[in-house]
Design a protein around this ligand. Structure first.
Ligand SMILES: NC(=O)c1ccc[n+]([C@@H]2O[C@H](COP(=O)([O-])OP(=O)(O)OC[C@H]3O[C@@H](n4cnc5c(N)ncnc54)[C@H](O)[C@@H]3O)[C@@H](O)[C@H]2O)c1
Length: 257
């Protein structure tokens, strides 16, 4: 039996990709979930799922984060953990892309996560084993060409998680980051649809494939659960080995397959 059974979680970015897969995984674990995303339409898939309440709103506002916590306490009586996962990408050269792109990416990927933590902590203090997981990225551990805003935002959110982990450790609340490598979601669809990019990715990833959202959800479910009771301040790569390599050599195993 999963140690998430009977616990209550909130997940942002729940309309698709890693967020949706995590809601599905937590429900399968026997948890109750508040699913948050920008629009009611995006969350319509939750209508037929027992134990899920949808909150439509923009996570860059305090109001949405407060509504997320209130929904958990009002519908399910408590909040044991949050997965602050909503994120956006931004591409473009540093001297040509508009600074509005930087502001937007930092707003969603970093500031909104801080808002989510601030909103959730009072509720997490009321329960035993409160946990926060944020979505970092392998792109917050290393850097990628053309992704300076995204790289900066994901490095920031990883260290945000570590810093807050230290601040609340004495209260028994844990804070961790999960760091996806290339994962099959809406965000990466344009890359996967280009055969040259798709092949390059398979050559770079030691396991020679894209990750599945469900594989991220499994790691998040563990980090949120009491099974991870002594794990805090960790940035866990779920990346098929990407961060294990220097990147200096192509993936020979993939090439000879
Ligand atoms: N897919 C990958 O390869 C990959 C790799 C590393 C990290 N990530 C991270 O994983 C997280 C989830 O992304 P995904 O890959 O599942 O992509 P996705 O585009 O499928 O999901 C992101 C979700 O976040 C929501 N969202 C964006 N801005 C929001 C806002 N202001 N308020 C509320 N919701 C908002 C979107 O509507 C969308 O449903 C992101 O933080 C992303 O940066 C993804």
């Amino acid at each position: 039996m999963s140690s998430n059974k009977g616990r209550v979680y909130a997940v942002t970015g729940a309309a698709s990709g890693i967020g949706r897969a995590t809601v599905e995984r937590l429900v399968a674990d026997g948890a109750m979930v508040v699913a948050v995303d920008l629009t009611e339409e995006g969350l319509r898939w939750t209508d037929t799922v027992d134990g899920v309440v949808a909150v439509a709103g923009d996570v860059t506002t305090e109001a949405t984060n407060e509504a997320m916590v209130s929904a958990a306490e009002e519908h399910f009586g408590a909040l044991h953990g949050v997965f602050l996962n909503a994120g956006v990408a931004g591409f473009g050269a540093i001297d040509r892309a508009p600074m509005s792109m930087f502001d937007k990416v930092m707003d969603v990927n970093v500031r909104a996560v801080a808002l989510g933590m601030r909103a959730a902590l009072p509720a997490l203090r009321k329960v035993s084993g409160g946990a926060i997981v944020v979505t970092g990225s392998t792109s917050g551990i290393g850097a990628d060409p053309g992704l300076w805003t995204y790289n900066a935002s994901k490095a920031a959110v990883i260290n945000l998680a570590k810093a807050v982990a230290l601040d609340v450790a004495h209260e028994g609340i844990r804070v961790n980051a999960v760091c996806p490598g290339p994962t099959k979601t809406g965000m990466t669809e344009p890359m996967r649809n280009r055969s040259d990019v798709d092949q390059t990715m398979r050559n770079i990833v030691p396991m020679a494939r894209w990750g599945e959202s469900s594989e991220l959800a499994a790691a998040v479910s563990f980090l949120l659960s009491p099974d991870a009771s002594f794990i805090t301040g960790v940035a866990l790569p779920v990346d098929g080995g990407v961060t294990a390599t220097t990147g200096q050599f192509p993936n020979v195993a993939a090439r000879t397959r």
